[in-house]
Write a new protein. Structure first.
Length: 549
């Protein structure tokens, strides 16, 4: 068969680059020894989720801990499944979580290895497909969708591996005459790899994350160019990873089953194989068993969930690092002041089998991370959330910056011996300070002491309260009012005969706390009253006392 002639008939383009042109246009990168070139290569067919962020973090760390390059390539070969806005969502999400690309789609500056949208690289893929045709390593296939479905049905019925291989590869052995007859008849065709592999041969393969695994040779004649002349993911990624000079491909373990195909494609294309590392799937415990996180059942798989709930981005990353690397948590505990970027990242310590997600764990990490922020930083974080997701009232509260910062200084315990860790995420943090504002102060009083005594305590204390008092004077006055209202003024006398009193001095303080904040738990009450101001504090005590009439 005249393969050159056939290749030109199937791919008639005259302006294709030569293979040597491509090698020259995308030369090996000039990077230090050991530097990794990694990529995030999303298909814009849906929105990026926690699993993608997890792999992206591994890619980013692998590149940036070795002085390498982390780039973004958009695998947009599937036009039918394209989702508007998906590329922007990837870029915005990674930016939100602080992961930075060095080059790639939509990144300004020197983009020497681009274009980074696969649709814009069609000529390169066609040049290589043509070369495979000329070398007899690819062939046209005219099978229709119906024929392929029928083959699959037979294979499934016979409990055989499905696909286009061996005796099922009907077009693999077409005669030259038949091929031209089909072409002359205008029959649509795809180009398939003419696999040289043998499934009875197994090789051991070193996965950069999972370690030694066994890989069976590929014998599937996979499609490399679809009928519209656009490549499949398998073919395009091999060519791109070669010419973008990727050294390490980190991707989800759902791609492990395609690895044999990829190994063969690199081989027939004459490219050295990059290293591959397959990350494990994100799982969660559900009703005593572990299962994969699912789009349908688990809102926490979506990255928007974390933004909307106001998780602190650095906390989500730190939490992912904990799942990703078995030794990160210990390192982090030993180096509390260090940033995750200082962690000596290595693929070999990455999780190999089950990456277990747990929101309680994330909440703990988040609480700790937020407790490191200054009141000003906390303000910026909460305000950013409120601007996008908050109510009108929230936005109004944040407009009074000085007042809010004094509230946050108290609520976070910044500058005090022991930091409070009450804020877990922005949404909850914003709700936590609602009681400092009259428009959102909606107490449901639940006084535990006897009504009359509480009323007497509130009116008595209101009468002598002075916002200029320091903590000690404030407490003296509180005790004075407590005594007059029938509460014990010291613990010893209360303990000696509790029945003689309406309650202890802490019960009296609790009554004031509930009146002023709506809750029996709060930071330092004297400071709260000072921040609220005398007028507002007294009005709240009066309102509570009235409710007890
Ligand atoms: N485009 C593929 C995806 O979105 C990328 C797989 C890979 O990283 O090689 O899943």
């Amino acid at each position: 068969m005249d393969l050159k002639k056939l290749a030109s008939r199937l791919i008639p383009d005259e302006d294709l680059p030569s293979l040597a042109d491509c090698e020259r246009a995308y030369p090996p990168r000039d990077l230090p020894e050991g530097a990794e070139v990694t990529r995030l290569a999303p298909s814009p067919t849906g929105f990026i989720h926690l699993g993608n962020l997890y792999s992206a973090l591994a890619d980013e760390r692998a590149a940036h801990t070795t002085g390498g390059v982390f780039y973004l390539r958009i695998e947009d070969t599937d036009e039918k499944r394209k989702v508007e806005g998906a590329v922007e969502s990837v870029i915005r999400s990674l930016d939100y979580f602080g992961l930075r690309f060095d080059e790639g789609a939509e990144i300004d500056g020197e983009n020497a290895y681009g274009p980074y949208y696969q649709r814009r690289r069609a000529q390169i893929y066609r040049a290589f497909a043509k070369d495979l045709l000329e070398r007899g390593l690819a062939y046209p296939c005219f099978c229709t969708e119906d024929e392929l479905n029928e083959t699959r049905r037979v294979q499934t019925e016979n409990k055989e591996i499905t696909g286009y291989y061996g005796k099922y590869a009907k077009c693999r052995g077409l005669s030259e005459e038949q091929i031209y007859k089909n072409l002359d008849a205008g029959m649509p065709f795809v180009i398939r790899l003419k696999s040289q592999g043998d499934v009875s041969v197994k090789h051991s393969f070193r996965d950069a994350i999972k370690g030694s695994i066994t890989v069976t040779e590929n014998d599937q004649d996979v499609v490399i160019l679809k009928s519209d002349g656009i490549p499949t993911y398998h073919f395009a990624h091999a060519i791109d990873d070669h010419f973008m000079r990727t050294t390490l491909v980190i991707r989800g373990e759902e791609w492990l089953s395609s690895l044999p195909i990829h190994i063969e494609l690199f081989k027939v294309l004459g490219f050295p194989l990059p290293r591959y590392g397959h990350t494990c799937s994100l799982m969660k415990v559900d009703g005593g068993t572990k299962r994969k996180l699912s789009k349908r059942k688990d809102p926490e798989l979506s990255l928007d969930f974390y933004r909307a709930a106001g998780y602190y981005p650095a906390a989500v990353i730190k939490y992912l690092m904990t799942i990703l690397n078995s030794n990160f948590e210990e390192w982090s505990a030993k180096n509390p002041e260090k940033d995750y970027t200082q962690f000596p990242f290595s693929g070999t310590t990455m999780c190999k089998s089950v990456a277990l997600c747990d929101l309680d764990k994330l909440n703990d990490v988040s609480r700790d991370e937020l407790a490191k922020l200054s009141p000003e930083e906390t303000y910026v974080f909460l305000r950013t959330w409120a601007d996008e997701f908050g109510t009108d009232a929230d936005k109004k509260h944040f407009a009074d910056k000085d007042y809010m910062i004094s509230v946050l200084a108290l609520v976070t315990g910044a500058g005090q011996k022991k930091r409070r860790k009450d804020i877990v995420r922005a949404e909850q943090g914003v709700r936590l300070v609602d009681y400092f504002f009259d428009d959102t102060f909606a107490p449901e009083y639940d006084f535990r002491s006897e009504k009359q005594a509480v009323r007497a305590m509130l009116t008595g204390f209101a009468a002598i309260y002075d916002a200029n008092d320091g903590n000690a004077e404030w407490f003296e006055k509180l005790k004075l009012a407590a005594g007059k209202a029938g509460f014990a003024t010291d613990n010893a006398s209360y303990k000696a005969s509790p029945e003689s009193f309406s309650g202890s001095v802490s019960d009296a303080a609790e009554a004031v706390r509930i009146a002023v904040t709506g809750s029996p738990n709060s930071p330092d009450l004297c400071t709260i009253m000072r921040i609220l101001g005398a007028e507002r504090s007294l009005a709240r005590m009066a309102r509570a006392a009235e409710s007890l009439q």
